[in-house]
Design a protein around this ligand. Structure first.
Ligand code: MN
Ligand code: MN
Length: 265
């Protein structure tokens, strides 16, 4: 059950309306990392969730995101106000909003692309969804930071600072929820990965670039990895017999570990 209270989560004030900034704010209203996307992603995940504790978390945060939508929508409306007053220069900041929308907020991003459910990441696997949510909060945080960087109005900055801060709170909550599930960081789903294949790191980008780029080694290809030197080049220079032998070996490796009906739970 939803209920609306005629009070904003954070009181919004705007010193000087700036229609161009109002257009930028639409990124957090109807954009890919915006508040409607966050609200719908967590809420729909919550509807699907069979775990009552984490369902509560998803619906708590999903509902808070709707309150953020209201705050950012109010802020955008105030900045877009000159369009309603038929200010030609202000209207040029976003003709779609000014002419099609009458100067009101609409569910488009800052470039006029309509909001879409394609923005949502909902897999139906709770731990996988929580990872998506942690990443979504990080994206929302950085978008707010960029908006703050582009904003001269101290009152608007206060509201954006509040919204940005809440995303870090959500990120922390999602991280704790994932951790409390007790799954290892690489334990996704039920079917284990193929042991020797999962360890191989392919050096698929080789050579020296014009800006000094070279092959780099680090924990991402050293710790727990078998570094395989440019597999494509090796295949290209291999004799037909060698290629046939490698394909046969890969086929053998692939066929052994997948046993349908004997999944580990
Ligand atoms: Mn938010
Ligand atoms: Mn959030």
């Amino acid at each position: 059950m939803y209920h609306h209270i005629k009070k904003l989560m954070f009181t919004v004030r705007v010193g000087q309306a700036d229609a161009r900034f109002g257009n930028m704010l639409l990124e957090q209203f109807g954009g890919a990392n915006g508040e409607l996307a966050a609200a719908m992603q967590y809420t729909i995940q919550g509807y699907n969730c069979e775990d009552p504790a984490r369902k509560d978390l998803l619906l708590d945060i999903g509902t808070e995101e709707l309150s953020h939508l209201e705050v950012v929508g109010t802020l955008a409306r105030m900045h877009l106000m000159p369009m309603k007053q038929k200010d030609r220069l202000a209207s040029e900041a976003d003709p779609l909003v000014a002419i099609a929308g009458g100067g009101g907020v609409c569910l488009n991003n800052s470039m006029g692309n309509p909001w879409t459910a394609d923005y949502l990441k909902i897999t139906g696997e709770l731990d996988v969804d929580l990872r998506s949510n942690i990443a979504a909060e990080a994206r929302a945080k950085i978008v707010y930071e960029r908006l703050i960087d582009q904003c001269d109005d101290p009152d608007s900055r206060d509201a954006l600072q509040f919204l940005m801060t809440r995303e870090i709170t959500h990120m922390k909550a999602f991280m704790s929820a994932l951790e409390s599930m007790g799954k290892g960081p690489l334990e996704i789903g039920m079917i284990p990965p193929t042991p020797d294949v999962v360890e191989q790191f392919f050096n698929d980008s080789t050579g020296t670039g014009d800006e000094g780029e070279t092959d780099e080694r680090g924990p991402w290809n050293e710790d727990g990895f078998l570094f395989v030197e440019s597999p494509a080049e090796r295949v290209a220079t291999a004799t037909q017999k060698e290629v046939a032998r490698q394909i046969a070996m890969a086929g053998k490796r692939r066929s052994t570990p997948v046993k349908v009906g004997k999944r580990r739970h």
